[in-house]
Every structure is written in structure tokens, then in C-alpha cells.
Design a protein around this ligand. Structure first.
Ligand code: ATP
Ligand code: MG
Length: 654
């Protein structure tokens, strides 16, 4: 447009430009890895704003909250506008935001808690009992399995029976009890005013379907809906987009069917292929240039994905000149040597002037990274790790958070039990009894006073002193049930109650104490405890992206391939390229599963800009079983030999 401050034509290729400046209406950008889909979406936001669309009228859905933040930072750099009103984030965070505005319409009270996977399992374990199931009966599925069954059913829009048939045929005989457990679970969540992660989407969607007036308000507000990584949406997410975009139909989705890697969470790549059917008249844009990877790397990627039958054929052409190095195939003796190779190569790269944050080590499963982690530590190479136990999921962090959760939502049964079980002499049974009394007292209403609430209750003698102290602390941090700012609460809880426990319970007290300080510092940006807890909960989601505490330091990235989606590095190592590891053992039986693994391999390869190392050990050291021979990944065999350069490292080829 005239007077534009951004030179769109210079920043984008003609295909990207066409998508960025598309007229209103449904649009699909389907293109391979590294072709600038995310960039296109970012510039689309800028373009809309430049053309007078208000930030609050745009909804941007991304796979992680961090991705949304980065895109919006980019837009903020391009434009002088204040864009803080723009709605951007994951499906879950947007769902949560809508529910916080209309909790009653969804059948919850304001201040509801969000349960993570562990909380959910705790609750399910007690549900099992109330559904008349003997928890000691080994034939019956545990809370963990139930959580999985319920989640899969919700995310795919299927019945419990269907899910059992497909995923857990051996539990089919218990289908009635499982259905009853689900009913009890729903009741219990309402009583505890608590939602699990799936509820953030499901309950929001139900609310929008049931309350047309509320739905219409947001359908009017969101004039433009934009979605990144659309290939990984599942049924319920697709429905969520549809209902929000229903009125105006200005929905632009971008994705790559060849990178659909979340079917185990109910994602369905047919969503992206069917988009033009669901939105008749949708414009389809394709981009065939890859800006990320050197041509040799792209050749490997193209060859890798060619093995898949079920995909939209697209051949990527490199925009970049050739790099100095061919992608490397590195066989190694065993996994220790593999780890050593990675560490030494990284030291060399650093000598060559490549910074650590330009390097990533990727793997199929988290446990594959153990030896590498040890070797890096030995060499003093700092790394951040984006899978496994995350900062906010650690026991001591969740312990402290439980105090805050309870004062914000005193109906939160899981938080209450977690909190009181920290006291000496209080186990699961006493916690249950205490909860019964507390929830009775709470149901009588009135202003919350923790001292009044706690003092009439009988606790084991060992706990008596701390019980007093606990009630006193709770009243101090939330007088009359009104919580203080989170940073203050965290400090008081640690000083008055938790520190003693921490010292007694954990050997690495110092480290954990430091973590809690980090938590306190992190919480300072929040005035309201409820906002802070929301943030914590969303960070701990499956979409989690928060890693180590020190985000600014120069660090190497260790990541599962799943969590590396959408990201890029100059140098990428993909380790454990061995059959049964990548592709994983569990996938070997079905063609569909192998295709998904192949897409995963494609995602891994296409993260690399300049250098790619594919490594595998010939031997696997197996605790208790001695050594096992390991075959190279079948995916390596599908890449023509001449595309890779085989490295010989320390007599490993034998
Ligand atoms: P993925 O499929 O992995 O999510 P993508 O299609 O979203 O990839 P982007 O991450 O947007 O691709 O872009 C890949 C890289 O190419 C980025 O570094 C981006 O800045 C660069 N790039 C994309 N388009 C252009 C362009 N027209 N000119 C210069 N660089 C570009
Ligand atoms: Mg992208």
C-alpha cells in the first residue's frame, strides 16, 4: 500500500507475497520445511495491521507460546503500532483466556485451578476407588492409562469404546467401569473447581457451542484468525478454529503435511489436506523454495520423505548456495563413543567460531540423550534441554505452588492434599480425612479464615506444631482469603513452612533452594497470584518450551525432534539413527506408524542450515543384558549413498 513502512516485496518471494497480501477469506499455505511459512504468517500480521486492522481483532494460534511471542516481537520490530491487544498463543492458552472470562458459562467458578498431568493422575487414582474399582486389582488400568484414554477420546472426538478398541483392546472388558470412572472424574473436577489440560479446549468449545451470544461476541472480535503448524491440529482444535472463524471466515492456516508428527496426541494431517473442502472457495498457496538449508541437506530431506506414500508430493528447491560440507554419516562403536564424538565435534565447531546456540543435538526419545548429557557435562559444555522433566514440573516447585493454588482456589483438592502431606506424620489417609472436613466446612460458605478452618481438626501429634504454623501462614499470605502478590506468598511459604521440609527431604538442598529463588524472581512480573498460576500451568503443558533458567547464556540445545519443530540451527546432530531407536521399536509393526517416523526424520533433517551429522552406534550397551548389535536406521538406507559422506571415527567401522 502507498506509504507502507515495510517493503513487503523485498522481504518476501512472489509466492509468499501473494499469501501475505491475500484478500480476506479462507486461505491455506501448504509448503515444505524451511520455505518461510512462519515468516509468511508473521508478515501477514504486519500487513493486516498496516491496513488498519486493530490488534485485538487478530487471533494468532501457534504451537508454543514462545513461538507466538517471537512472531509478535518480530512484528513489533517492523511496526510502530502497540500490538499488545493482539491475541497470540497456543490453543490451550487461548482456551484458558476465554474460560477465565466466562467461567460460569462453562459451569466453573472464577479462580478455577488447572491440573497438570501429575495432578490429573492423582485425582484419577482417587476416582478409581469411587468408581468401585479395587486399585490393587492389577488387571484394571491405572490412573495413567485412564488419563490417556480420556484424552485421546476428547482430542479425536471419539467414544471411549472406540479408543479402547484401537489403543487398549485388553481393557475392553472393563469398558463399563471406565465409563463410570470418567463420569466420576468429571464430577470430581467440578467439585474441586479444577480443569485438566484437555478441558481448556473441550470446555471452551462446549461453552461456545452452547452459548451463541458469547460465541458471537468472539466471532465478531476475531476478524482474522491465523494458525501456524496446522498439520498438527487434532479434531477438537480444528473445531475450535472453525467456531471462532465461523462468521467472517477470514482464516489463514499454514503447514506442511510432511511434518505431521503428533498423531499419538490425536493430530490428523488430513485436516490440512481437507481444509479446502471444509472451507469451499479457500485460496491455496504453495511455496517451493527453501531458504533454510544448504542444497545437500535438502537433497537428503527430499530423499528421506520420498519413501512416504501418503503425502502431497512437493520437491523443495534450495535458495541458498552450496555449503562447504556434505551431510555426514557417522557410525560409531557404541553409545559412549557416539557421545564422545558429539562433544568433541562441538568443541571443534566452537574453535571454528560457531556459537553454541547455533548448534542442536536431536533425538527420537529423551532417554537417548543420557550419555551425551554426561559427556557434555564432563567437557564443560553448557546445554539446555527441552524435554524430560521441566523446571516447573519438579517436585519442590510444585510443592510451593500447591500453597498458592490452595489459597487462590480453596476447593482445589489436589493442591490441598499435596500441601498437607508435606507435614510430618500426614499420609494419604489423613490427607483424605482432613480434606473431607475442610471441604465440608468450606461448603458452608462465608469468609475464608484458615485458622478457623484448620484448628478444630484432629491431626497426628507429630504434625500438630506445623499444622498451626500452616494455618497461620495461609492467613498471612491470604488474609480473608484474598491472596497477596505471588512473590510475597512464595517467600512466606518457604520461610515459614517449606524450608524445613526441603532440608529434611532432599539431599541437593542448595540446588533446590536456588530453583525456588528463581521461581520467586519469575513470579515478580505478576501482580495477581491467579495470573501467575495460569502462567505456570501453561508452561508445564505438553507444549512446554521453557527449559533452563538462564535463557540468555550461550548454550547448546538438546531436544527431542518433536520439540524442535519449527526451529532451526546452523549445525544439527541427529543421534541414535539406529533401527528400533529411530524409527522407534513401537512403530515397526504398522505402515502408518513408520510413515509418521519418517516424517519425524524429515523434520529432524530440515532443522539444519549448514551442517548435518547423522550418527549411530554399532553396539548398544544394555545394562544387565550385555552388548547388543545395532542395525543402522532403515531411513539411512533410503537416502542414496552419494548424498552422504561417511566419516570414519577411531576404528568404529568394523
Ligand atoms: P518449518 O516448516 O520448519 O516451520 P517454515 O516454512 O515455517 O519452516 P521459516 O521458519 O518461516 O520456514 O523460514 C525458514 C528460514 O528461511 C528462516 O530463517 C527465514 O527467515 C528464512 N526465509 C524465509 N523466507 C525468506 C525470504 N523470502 N527471504 C529470506 N529469507 C527467508
Ligand atoms: Mg514454521
Amino acid at each position: 500500500p502507498a506509504g507502507s513502512r515495510i517493503d513487503f516485496a523485498a522481504e518476501l518471494n512472489p509466492q509468499q507475497h501473494e499469501a501475505v497480501t491475500a484478500p480476506p477469506g479462507p486461505a491455506l499455505v501448504i509448503a515444505g520445511a524451511g520455505s518461510g511459512k512462519t515468516r509468511t504468517l508473521t508478515f501477514r500480521v504486519a500487513y493486516l495491521l498496516e491496513n488498519g486492522v486493530l490488534p485485538q481483532n487478530i487471533l494468532l494460534l501457534t504451537f508454543t507460546n514462545k513461538a507466538a511471542r517471537e512472531m509478535l516481537d518480530r512484528v513489533a520490530n517492523l511496526l510502530p503500532n502497540d500490538i499488545s491487544g493482539l491475541w497470540g498463543g497456543t490453543f490451550h492458552s487461548v482456551g484458558n483466556r476465554l474460560l477465565r472470562r466466562h467461567p460460569e458459562a462453562a459451569g466453573f467458578a472464577p479462580g478455577f485451578s488447572i491440573m497438570d498431568r501429575e495432578d490429573q493422575q492423582d485425582m484419577l487414582d482417587s476416582v478409581i476407588v469411587s468408581a468401585g474399582i479395587d486399585p490393587k486389582d492389577k488387571r484394571f488400568p491405572k490412573g495413567e492409562v485412564l488419563a490417556d484414554v480420556f484424552s485421546f477420546a476428547i482430542n479425536t472426538g471419539r467414544s471411549i469404546d472406540d479408543v479402547l478398541v484401537e489403543k487398549y483392546p485388553h481393557f475392553l472388558e472393563f469398558n463399563d467401569k471406565i465409563a463410570l470412572a470418567q463420569k466420576k472424574y468429571e464430577e470430581k473436577k467440578r467439585a474441586a473447581n479444577s480443569l485438566d489440560f484437555d478441558d481448556l479446549l473441550e470446555k471452551t468449545l462446549l461453552m461456545l457451542q452452547k452459548e451463541p451470544a458469547i460465541a458471537e461476541r468472539y466471532q465478531r472480535q476475531f476478524q482474522f484468525v491465523l494458525v501456524d503448524e496446522y498439520q498438527d491440529t487434532n479434531r477438537i482444535q480444528a473445531d475450535f478454529i472453525d467456531i471462532l472463524a465461523k462468521l467472517q471466515r477470514n482464516v489463514m492456516v499454514v503447514g506442511d503435511d510432511a511434518q505431521s508428527i503428533y498423531s499419538w496426541r490425536g493430530a490428523n494431517f488430513k485436516n490440512i489436506l481437507d481444509f479446502p473442502k471444509r472451507y469451499p472457495g479457500a485460496k491455496v498457496y504453495k511455496i517451493e523454495t527453501n531458504y533454510r538449508s544448504a542444497p545437500d541437506i535438502l537433497d537428503v530431506a527430499n530423499a528421506a520423505i520420498a519413501g512416504n506414500v501418503h503425502q502431497f508430493k512437493k520437491e523443495l528447491v534450495a535458495a541458498r548456495p552450496a555449503a562447504s560440507m556434505k551431510p555426514a554419516l557417522v557410525p560409531l562403536g557404541d553409545s559412549n563413543q557416539q557421545a564422545l564424538f558429539v562433544a568433541q565435534r562441538i568443541l571443534d565447531l566452537r574453535e571454528e567460531g560457531i556459537e553454541l546456540d547455533e548448534i542442536a543435538v536431536l533425538y527420537r526419545a529423551h532417554f537417548h540423550s543420557m550419555e551425551v548429557q554426561m559427556e557434555l557435562t564432563r567437557h564443560g559444555i553448557p546445554f539446555s534441554i527441552t524435554s524430560g522433566l521441566r523446571f516447573f514440573e519438579q517436585a519442590h516447585i510444585k510443592d510451593v505452588a500447591a500453597f498458592l493454588k490452595f489459597v487462590v482456589n480453596p476447593r482445589d483438592e489436589v493442591a490441598f492434599k499435596r500441601m498437607v502431606r508435606l507435614l510430618p506424620g500426614i499420609g494419604a489417609r489423613s490427607a483424605e480425612q482432613l480434606w473431607n472436613s475442610v471441604s465440608d466446612a468450606l461448603s458452608r460458605g462465608g469468609e475464608v479464615n484458615f485458622h478457623q478452618l484448620f484448628s478444630p481438626l484432629k491431626v497426628p501429634a507429630k504434625a500438630a506444631r506445623m499444622w498451626e504454623q500452616l494455618a497461620h501462614t495461609l492467613d498471612e499470605i491470604a488474609p480473608g482469603g484474598k491472596p497477596h502478590p505471588p512473590a510475597e506468598m512464595i517467600r512466606s511459604v518457604i520461610e515459614a513452612v517449606y524450608d524445613d521440609y526441603l532440608k529434611a527431604k532432599f539431599p541437593n538442598y542448595e540446588q533446590r533452594r536456588e530453583d525456588l529463588t528463581t521461581l520467586g524472581n519469575f513470579s515478580k512480573q505478576y501482580e495477581s497470584a491467579a495470573d501467575f498460576l495460569d502462567q505456570l500451568a501453561l508452561l508445564t503443558s505438553l507444549d512446554s518450551e521453557v527449559t533452563a533458567t538462564n535463557e540468555d547464556a550461550e548454550m547448546l540445545t538438546l531436544s527431542s525432534v518433536h520439540q524442535a519443530k519449527g526451529l532451526e540451527w546452523k549445525v544439527v546432530f541427529v543421534i541414535w539413527m539406529a533401527d528400533g531407536m529411530f524409527p522407534s521399536n513401537r512403530s515397526l509393526e504398522s505402515d502408518e506408524a513408520i510413515e509418521e517416523e519418517r516424517r519425524l526424520f524429515y523434520v529432524a533433517v530440515t532443522r539444519a542450515k549448514d551442517e548435518l551429522y547423522l550418527t549411530y552406534p554399532n553396539l548398544r550397551l544394555n545394562a544387565g543384558y550385555g552388548e547388543m548389535l545395532q542395525r543402522p536406521s532403515r531411513f539411512l538406507g533410503e537416502v542414496p549413498k552419494e548424498l552422504l559422506e561417511e566419516w570414519q571415527v577411531g576404528g568404529a567401522s568394523w
